[in-house]
Design a protein around this ligand. Sequence first.
Ligand code: Q46
Ligand code: ZN
Length: 306
Amino acid sequence: MKCRRCKAPAVIDIRRHNAAFCLDCFLHHCREQVRKAIHEYKMFSPEDRVLVAVSGGKDSLALWDLLVDLDYEVDGLYLGLGIGEYSTESGVHTRQFAAERGLKLHEVDLPSDHGFDIPGAAQVTRRSPCGACGLSKRHLFNSTALEHGYDVVATGHNLDDEAAVLLGNVLRWDTGYLGRQHPVLPATPGFVRKVKPLVRLGERETAAYCVLRGIDYQVEECPMAEGNRHLGYKEVLNALEDRSPGSKAAFLFGFIERGHERFAGDAEHERDELGACTVCGAPTPGDVCAFCRLRSQVGALQIEVR
Ligand code: Q46
Ligand code: ZN
C-alpha cells in the first residue's frame, strides 16, 4: 500500500476516499479536510475568537490541535460532568493537553458550580443521562462563550456522529432538528455561532490523528452511553459503510446540500417563539429554560416552576 500523495509506504487507508496515506500526508489530509470545512461553510475567520468544547476524548483534542495548527485563535472549555472516574480522567487528559501546549482552558464543573452531576440528574428526572447531559452542555457552552466574549463555539462532532444524528432525525422525521442540523448554526439573539469543523473526518481518522500526533486522550467511553440510541444508529451506518464505502458521507453531505434548506423554515419558526428565561436570561420557549428547570428538579435551585 503506497501513499496517494507521495508514494511512500502508507500507514492508513481510507476506503471512502479510495486512498492510503503515509504519516505526513495523512496529517496533511486531516488539516485539509478541516480547512475545507471551515471555508466551505464559512465557519469563522482568523479575526474570530473561537471556544472549543473539549471533553478529553479523541475528537475534541484532535480538533483543538488542528485549529491551533491552522493558526486560529482558540481557547478550550472543559465541562466537568461528575461521572465518577470517567470525568476525573477526562479532566486530567484535557488539562495535560492544554498545559503542554500553553493553551488557555476554561473549566466549568457541574457538581461544584451548579450543584448536581449527570448520574444524579438522571436518577431524579428518571430520564436518560444523555438527555440531562446534552441540555447542560448546550446551555453551558453557550453561556460561557457569551460571558467571555467568544464569537463561536466549535465542537468535535465528526462525520460518523453527524450521520448518526441525521439518521435518528430522519427516522423520527423531526423537522425542527433537521432544520438545525448543519455544520454551522448562525448566531441569533442569545446564542453564539456553533460550528463543527470535523464534519469531513470520520472517527477512525480522528483516532488515528491523535495516535500519530502523540495526543494522549481519554480512551474509555462514557459509562452512561450504554443503550443510547445514537450508538445503535452508528452500528447500522457502519454495516452499510462496510458494504459500500462512502455511503455515510453521501447520506450526510447529500442532506446538507439538497435536504437541509427544505427544513430550515421549521427551525426558524421555533426560534421566533423564544423569550428569556426568568431565572438566567437564556433564550427559551417557556418561562424558565430547560437548564434552570433541571437545576430546580435536582434541588440545586429553589424556584417555582409551573
Ligand atoms: S458524555 Fe453525556 Fe455523552 Fe456520557 S452522559 Fe451521554 S451525552 S454518553 S457524548
Ligand atoms: Zn435559565
